[in-house]
Design a binder for this molecule. Structure first.
Ligand code: URA
Length: 253
C-alpha cells in the first residue's frame, strides 16, 4: 500500500495532509525518512510520525500559528478556540495546547497529547525560553532593557531576568524582542506595563528550540519533525543553569 494511503487509513488525516507530512520529512519507514507519498509499505513496515508509532496510543506533536481572536482553551461555549483550527481526529486524540497565549496574541503554540512532556516544558524549573515580538506605546530605552534584565517587580511576584532587544524606538510607538523563561498570566504585557508601556501587539516567534516557520500562515498547523520533538525533549530534560547576558549568574530560586 502507498504510504500516504496508509497514513490516512490509520485515521490520522486526509490523504493530502498525509502527503504534506511525508514531504515535510516527518515520516520514517523502517528507520529511513520517507519523502515520497508513493513509498510502498506493508503491515510489517515500522512507520513512525515525528518519531512515534502511528496508532491510537501514539503521541502527537504539532505547532499552530495562532491568529488573534481565538482563545487558547480546550473548549468554550461561545468563543472560537484553537481547537477549532485543528481537525477532529486531533481533538479525539486529546491533542491540547501547551500553555496559553492571550486571545489577542499571535504566533507559535505547541500542541500535543504527550502530557508528560507538556508538564516538563511548563515546569518553572525547566525555564524554557520563549521569544516574543512586542509592539508597545512610547519610547523604549536602555533603561527598559536594564529593568527587564534586573527582574521586574510586578504586583505579586518578581519576574525572572529577561532579555529585551529594542528593534525600533519612537516617541509614540516602539518594537521590542523579549525573551522570557516564565509563563505567568499576561507576563509580557505586565512586564511592559511595569515600565510604563502598553503592549498593542504581541507575537510569539519561538518556544524553546522551536521557531515558527515563515511559511506557516496564521491559522495553520503542522506536525513537528522528528528532530523538533527530540530537541523539545532535550530542552525539557535539562534543568537549565545559565548565565544572564546582562548580569552574570541568574538566581533560579
Ligand atoms: N505574555 C502575555 O502577556 N501574553 C501572552 O499571550 C503571552 C505572554
Amino acid at each position: 500500500m502507498r504510504l500516504d494511503k496508509y497514513l490516512s487509513l490509520s485515521g490520522e488525516r486526509s490523504r493530502s495532509e498525509a502527503g504534506k507530512l511525508i514531504r515535510s520529512g516527518a515520516v520514517r519507514v523502517d528507520g529511513q525518512v520517507a519523502l515520497r507519498p508513493e513509498t510502498q509499505v506493508t503491515e510489517a513496515s515500522q512507520v513512525l510520525l515525528a518519531g512515534q508509532p502511528i496508532g491510537d496510543s501514539s503521541k502527537q506533536y504539532y505547532m499552530l500559528h495562532k491568529p488573534a481572536g481565538v482563545l487558547t482553551a480546550a473548549r468554550d461555549s461561545r468563543a472560537r478556540t484553537v481547537m477549532d483550527l485543528v481537525p477532529e481526529n486531533l481533538r479525539k486524540r486529546k491533542v491540547l495546547p501547551v500553555g496559553r497565549l492571550d486571545k489577542d496574541t499571535t504566533g507559535l503554540l505547541l500542541m500535543t497529547n504527550d502530557g508528560e512532556l507538556a508538564h516538563f516544558l511548563l515546569s518553572p524549573n525547566r525555564h524554557v525560553w520563549k521569544q516574543y515580538r512586542a509592539t508597545v506605546t512610547g519610547l523604549l530605552t536602555e533603561a527598559d532593557v536594564q529593568a527587564f534584565a534586573d527582574g521586574l517587580q510586578l504586583s505579586d511576584f518578581i519576574a525572572k531576568p529577561a532579555r529585551l532587544t529594542i528593534l525600533s524606538a519612537g516617541q509614540e510607538e516602539s518594537v521590542g524582542l523579549v525573551e522570557v523563561r516564565e509563563g505567568k498570566f499576561h507576563q509580557v504585557k505586565r512586564m511592559f506595563a511595569a515600565t510604563g508601556h502598553e503592549v498593542t501587539a504581541l507575537h510569539r516567534a519561538t518556544f524553546g528550540p522551536l521557531n515558527l516557520p515563515q511559511e506557516l500562515p496564521e491559522g495553520q498547523y503542522r506536525a513537528l519533525t522528528v528532530a523538533e520533538v527530540e530537541a523539545l525533549r532535550q530542552s525539557a530534560a535539562v534543568r537549565i543553569r545559565e548565565e544572564s547576558p546582562h548580569r552574570g549568574e541568574m538566581n533560579d530560586g
